[in-house]
Write a protein that binds this ligand. Structure first.
Ligand code: NAD
Length: 467
């Protein structure tokens, strides 16, 4: 863990917008030269990526400290380690994923055989946000490389140290022309979006997602949109409250609440409301001590604009714990708000900060109704030992993904797709799902020639139409 306050963030060094078409063009030339197709090349690039993540681990942790004051352990747990797993999984399965996948052939088409051959798409664009600024650039890249694509990377300008590190050093480990890093903000991203790509993977908010999708429409470019939203956390009477509080607090206050799948709000029945609040309070003390601002393990809000936005959501009359803020340090304490209603400001948009509203509900039915009255969330959490309640919630709600009796962990399983639904996104990646996202599964039917029944050919004589 680190001790110091954030160092002065390095100034962003945006890529000159006039250079952007040439950067994309060069990647396309490399793709057209078939550089990315051989499996040995893909594997070498993945190995280079793994090396970047491990050899530059100290520099990555330092950049994340500069950008978000993340504790080194948290950077390792939530950014570096998942990348090493993702790359190792892709390398292990590369041959299997890239092999033609046999499908059944209906008897009417026989003699014939059919396969799906994964083709690379071409040049993809990966646009990433600031909250997990290393992971959210490189995790999609793993699937893109494995599938045989070139990829242009656009890290977030709001995490400038991480963006700089990627721009300066990634090309020491992977092919810099096939995987160039474009730095910058709106003008640079706009210049990128003017270019033609074969796929765009955007992670961030829904407002900009609409801009990305509109730009993609001009070139008929398919998009994967990894967005956010208000992820509910339902706590049922049958939940074990001690462990529930720890797991909610861990998922909520990690990265100072700036996690797309953080539990956004809690729905809890009257009967265990007070006990849950008590457990949450003692968990926060246990995690970060009595003076959270001094805790080396508690990050900061990314910038003043987000600080002002999150701080304004705190209604002092409803604070049950925390509530302290310090703008000069971009510090907002882990904050519990009780007696919250659906009309409160904190319940309008995704909070994306360490403020946790707690709403009392009468029963599971009411919780389900509340969840279903809102946009489809990126994640849903349910804490319950009662299997009947579990089935009721799972069968009557929808969400990008669900963890039962914990938070966030469903996206750590590379055998599951990670993505949203409705307003929380479209498409998915992680593991083989990432490979498939950046591939075209080309159906190939191979027909035998040793027999050629004339049934389908003209002339369509009357005996044929009676068949
Ligand atoms: P952000 O401001 O860093 O924006 C994301 C990217 O969009 C950046 O690279 C930025 O340069 C670019 N961008 C911003 N404005 C643009 C414009 N007008 N035109 C073109 N490009 C533009 O990040 P953010 O949007 O604040 O990210 C937070 C949101 O992302 C939250 O809603 C969160 O839930 C979501 N998120 C989702 C995931 C996921 O995997 N589903 C992960 C992290 C964050």
């Amino acid at each position: 863990t680190q001790e110091s306050a954030p160092a002065a963030t390095p100034s962003a060094q945006p890529t000159a917008t006039q250079d952007i078409p040439g950067i994309v063009q060069r990647a396309r030339e490399r793709f057209n030269e078939d550089v990315t197709r051989p499996l040995a090349w893909r594997d070498a690039q993945l190995a280079g990526l793994a090396e970047f993540v491990t050899k530059e681990a100290d520099a990555i942790q330092e950049a994340l400290r500069d950008d978000l004051r993340k504790a080194d352990f948290e950077s390792y747990m939530a950014e570096i380690w998942p990348l090493t797993i993702e790359v190792a999984d892709a390398r292990k399965n590369l041959k299997r994923w890239t092999s033609p996948r046999k499908v059944k052939t209906p008897s009417v088409l026989k003699p014939a055989s059919g396969v799906l051959r994964p083709d690379p798409l071409g040049v993809v664009l990966i646009v990433s946000p600031w909250n997990y600024p290393m992971n959210l650039v490189l995790a999609p890249l793993v699937g893109a490389i494995a599938a045989g694509n070139c990829a242009v990377l656009k890290p977030s300008e709001l995490a400038p140290a991480t963006s700089r590190l990627l721009a300066e050093r990634l090309s020491n480990y992977v092919d810099g022309e096939c995987f160039p890093v474009v730095e910058g903000a709106v003008p640079e991203t706009t210049a990128l979006l003017d270019q033609r790509f074969d796929h765009i993977c955007y992670t961030g908010g829904a407002r900009v997602a609409r801009i990305v999708m509109a730009a993609a429409a001009k070139h008929l470019t398919p998009t994967t949109l990894e967005l956010g939203g208000k992820s509910p956390c339902i706590v049922h009477d049958s939940a074990k409250l001690g462990v529930t509080a720890k797991r909610i607090a861990w998922g909520k206050f990690m990265n100072c609440g700036q996690t797309c799948v953080a539990p956004d709000y809690i729905l809890v029945s009257e009967s265990c409301h007070d006990a849950l609040v008590k457990e949450l309070k003692s968990t926060i003390d246990e995690f970060y001590g009595s003076d959270v601002q001094q805790s080396p393990d508690y990050p900061r809000i990314v910038n003043e604009a987000h600080f002002d936005r999150v701080a304004a959501l705190i209604d002092p009359d409803k604070v049950a714990h925390g509530g302290q803020t310090d703008r000069s340090d971009r510090f907002i304490a882990p904050t519990l708000m009780t007696d919250v209603t659906a009309d409160d400001a904190v319940m309008q948009d995704e909070i994306f900060g360490p403020v946790l509203p707690i709403i009392k509900i009468r029963d599971v039915d009411e919780a389900i109704r509340m969840v279903n009255s809102r946009e489809k969330p990126l994640a849903l959490y349910l804490f319950a030992e009662d299997k009947g309640v579990e089935e009721q919630v799972l069968s009557r709600t929808t969400a990008g993904g669900v963890t039962v009796n914990h938070t966030i962990l469903h996206l750590s399983n590379g055998n599951m797709p990670f993505g949203g639904v409705g307003e929380s996104g479209m498409g998915a990646y992680h593991g083989k799902w990432g490979f498939d996202t950046f591939s075209h599964l080309k159906p190939v039917l191979k027909k035998a020639t040793w027999i050629d029944p004339p049934i389908t050919y003209p002339p369509y004589t009357s005996w044929k139409s009676k068949l």
